[in-house]
Design a protein around this ligand. Structure first.
Ligand SMILES: Cc1cc2nc3c(=O)[nH]c(=O)nc-3n(C[C@H](O)[C@H](O)[C@H](O)COP(=O)(O)OP(=O)(O)OC[C@H]3O[C@@H](n4cnc5c(N)ncnc54)[C@H](O)[C@@H]3O)c2cc1C
Length: 408
């Protein structure tokens, strides 16, 4: 809980998804005074496929976090099964992990608290407008679900409030744009044995005309269904469960009886872009920087990478004075341009069920092609902060400032 005597933190992090928690853990382990604020009551359900890819695991392992997920019975991924038009293609997919978002996000928060982070759930945070251009702190309003409101201050604020985050509503410079063709995301947990043909460790994806549906067995044996669907199709069906059933039927996938009985949760407009990722003392990370579409397993990998990178940047900036906001903008652009290329290609491909059908036939004939695509997606890399931007001299030359006069 917050010490009511001194409500100032070196870093306030908004949102306890992987981006926020990973940043919080990194900063607290380096001795920073950190507050992690979360709007929902934890542990919370999150619309997600619940699959961590090898890139995500590499980043989590760099902080020694994977062992904590293993202790929660995370399931190892071994294969990917694509279903379309009654056919299937199986691609080996070792190196990933499946864990429900309730368990994973709560586990990371627990590690953060153990590292010294103050965690506050059920609090809606809003970053307040800049007081003066030279202010050396940012103010954040906290609205408790219980009804009380207060304002705290921070040396830096990391905004990791996800796709539908609301914490920047009073900062118009961070407006986000929604792509017109954007799909909606929906998820539900179905009971154990609702899909008896699904083996633990298999990621099954069914592609239909109005979207695609992924399912996996979770750590407790229940089945996580998550899907990206066209908003028009959602409106023309009686319920979300009906639409998911249509997509599964078109693909020739197993049809659980429970689809229309369970509660589906959704998130509108998956494809969003933000052009501004930073301001004085404020950095955006994870889905808050924009998102393409799910099922490429990149969402949590990017979120965790950005969490580590933002923490590294703040710690480096402390030792070597330079323009953090410019460095962060370049870092995010660098990461996005390299990694979103494949996500865009795959999400465009998945929207054409006939193309997927031919791709599936082709992939069965030449299995090295899907394996190569997977290797491109999971390409390893070292750090998202390039040396150029942690070097204050290079940075000041690039931005036209003297490093000593641009300390934040
Ligand atoms: C259908 C679907 C399937 C997906 N499947 C996968 C998958 O299998 N693998 C994968 O890697 N990615 C997947 N993703 C993407 C993944 O869920 C996200 O990329 C990832 O969760 C981003 O992490 P984050 O930390 O940036 O944000 P989030 O995990 O969204 O966390 C943000 C947090 O901020 C909180 N918050 C929001 N506003 C405020 C506020 N004002 N104050 C305080 N707290 C606030 C939210 O409650 C939330 O807990 C999927 C996404 C969708 C929609």
């Amino acid at each position: 809980m917050i010490d009511s005597q001194s409500e100032h933190y070196e870093v306030v992090i908004i949102g306890a998804g992987p981006a926020g928690s990973v940043a919080a853990i990194s900063l607290a382990r380096a001795g920073k005074r950190v507050l992690l604020v979360e709007k929902k009551a934890f542990p919370r359900f999150k619309v997600c496929g619940c699959c961590l890819n090898p890139n995500a695991l590499r980043t989590l392992e760099s902080l020694d976090l994977v062992k904590h997920l293993r202790r929660k019975d995370a399931v190892d991924v071994d294969q990917f099964r694509l279903r379309s038009h009654g056919r299937q293609l199986i691609v080996p997919l070792p190196g990933g992990m499946i864990l429900s978002r309730q368990t994973m996000d709560q586990t990371l928060v627990d590690v953060a608290v153990e590292a010294g982070v103050d965690f506050l759930d059920r609090h809606d945070a809003t970053v307040l407008p800049e007081q003066t251009p030279e202010a050396d702190m940012v103010f954040v309003e906290l609205n408790a679900q219980a009804g009380n409101t207060r304002v705290i201050s921070a040396g830096h604020v990391l905004v990791a409030d996800g796709l539908s985050g609301s914490s920047l509503k009073r900062r118009p410079e961070f407006q986000s744009d929604v792509a017109k063709s954007s799909y909606y995301g929906v998820s539900a947990h179905l009971p154990e044995n609702s899909h008896p043909l699904l083996e633990p460790g298999t990621i099954e994806m069914a592609v239909g005309r109005s979207g695609y549906v992924g399912c996996v067995v979770l750590e407790d044996g229940s089945i996580n269904y998550s899907s990206a669907v066209s908003p028009e199709a959602l409106r023309s069906h009686d319920s979300t469960g009906d639409l998911i059933a249509t997509i599964l039927q078109e693909a020739g996938a197993h049809l659980p009886n429970e689809l229309t009985a369970v509660e589906w949760q959704g998130v509108p407009h998956l494809t969003r872009t933000r052009t501004n990722f930073a301001a004085r003392r404020i950095l955006l990370l994870g889905d808050a920087t924009g998102y393409v579409e799910p099922f490429t397993g990149e969402g949590m990998a990017w979120a965790a990478e950005m969490g580590v990178a933002a923490a590294e940047l703040l710690l480096t900036a402390e030792a070597r004075s330079f323009d953090v906001a410019s460095a962060w903008r370049e870092t995010v652009l660098n990461l996005r341009s390299r990694r979103q290329v494949w996500c865009r290609r795959l999400s465009a491909f998945l929207r054409h069920s006939n193309l997927v059908h031919f791709g599936l036939i082709f992939g069965r004939l030449i299995p090295s092609i899907p394996t190569w695509i997977v290797s491109q997606l999971y390409e390893s890399h070292q750090s998202v902060i390039s040396d150029e931007f942690t070097d204050p001299v290079a940075l000041s030359e690039k931005s036209g400032h003297h490093a000593s006069s641009a300390s934040h």
